[in-house]
Design a protein around this ligand. Sequence first.
Ligand code: ARG
Length: 588
Amino acid sequence: MKKLLEMLSAELSGAFEKAGYDGSYGRAVPSNRPDLCEFQCNGAMAAKKVYKKAPVEIAKDVAAKLSDSAVFSRAEAVMPGFLNLDLREAFLTDYLTQMAEDEELSVEKAKEPRTLIVDYGGPNVAKPLHVGHLRAAIIGECLKRLGRRLGDHVIGDVHLGDWGLQIGLIITELKKRKPDLVYFDPDYEGDYPEEAPFTLADLEEIYPAASARSKEDEAYREEALQATVELQQKRRGYYALWQQIMRLSVADLKENYRKLDVTFDLWKGEADVQDLIPVMVDQMKKDGFAYEDQGAWIVDVAEETDKKEVPPCMLLKSDGASLYTTTDLATIMDREQKYHPDEILYVVDKRQDMHFIQVFRCARKTGLVPDTTDLYFLGFGTMNGKDGTPFKTREGGVMRLEVLIEDIKNEMYKKIVENRGTRDEDAENTAAIVGLSAIKYGDLSNQATKDYVFDVERFTSFEGNTGPYILYTIVRIRSILSRFEEAGGDPSSCRIGKAASPDEKKLMLQAARYNEALSSAYAEKAPHRICSYIYELANDFNSFYHEHRILAEEDAEQQASWIALLVLVRRILLDAIDVLGFSAPERM
Ligand code: ARG
């Protein structure tokens, strides 16, 4: 079904035309004075110049044509030329009834679905996930789900960091520690052992040790760089070690993402495009884009209008190794060949801004993608602690993601037990569900591009603009509906009636905006808009609930209408949190 505002605008356009003005002035917007009216139209103000007439006169002409409108119960011209508008009860009731009857809640699906690849997550193998990876996972997952909800064909790709210096460092350190391992014997031709010569815990200790040493020891660093090149050339023993690293690490990553309710369609990584790199670089050389500079191969991407320096894109270093930029370019080529995406959306830390400027320019310049393919970098801000610096453990170290999830769950557990007054069995489970909502909503309710403060106390609160508050509202509605059922009622046979109070109408109007809320969030790649929408919806529901004694209502028809509205509001909230990436417990 069409969005509410579109329907109102269509009605207004008709009235403008009937009054002799251009229909395009008839655009409805939500009222910026909700105390005066529900919607407004500012078109007469804009039409003033063209018709050389006082705007209020134009507005009066239009209002006259709306006197018997089926949509507006009131259309009033006010100084200096606005139209103040209220909806007819029957129109709103119809709109909501159609929503309630539609499995999709009247959310419009794309008429021509686009293919979108969302590149998010971006973990690096052999390194544990830490809080710095949280935003990529949460925001990317939400945009993927949102795109699907609106009918696009969305492919989520984790894009593992699995082919760079970090692997060279691990190989080098391992070689120092266990030089006799068969993986290091260049003459060995047999099969390599099935069992890895390290555990995941070993890897997590080896990498930081190697990284620290490479910063102090130049020769060691050289060795690691050399190992990286040889790995990229698929030296047998190194490649086998790499496969072992991948096996352990990817299983662990999958488990961690599962805890976050984040899933990827593709588990591809930098290494997957290794074979495309020579082809791509050769083409760029042949086309005259890539040139040699002190042994390295580079492409210029600076533009005259640049305000800050945009360094050239380096494809191959002088030792022949490929870089982060190279694999990203080859990945674009691969994605183009396999999926012909209309858009590739990268959800990555905004500090990688320059990297993506270079990659996108190079991809455009060299024709890796057609001009019609959008390359979009959604750079997100940092998740900070209360002190305004990146979130850390109490001891000041990097916080692992699983530790954060566990901490929040424990915090939630305390609150739930306190709330219930008992420690029943499912409290643990509920704490995990609600805890995830606290983390995800806390993140998503902030504008993605900005830094934000991860405030455990606030995010886990049952009150205010938080995930637990939204879930609490859903659970509250559910409990009203169950009590209605226990008393013999059947919510599914209830129909929405006319609003009986201003609070009810406010709730109805807000429910009717769902379609619009999702599509504007998608158009702006702004999950926080969905959060603001459901926060308002939850608030409107709670005000309504406090003003009406739903279960004690004696007029059966009135009660049924309220129950039907509750069913609808609950469905909207559940649908929206699913898009945000979390779910609701049975009770809290
Ligand atoms: N692994 C990278 C990092 O940790 C993020 C990858 C983002 N995606 C991409 N296509 N570059 O910085």
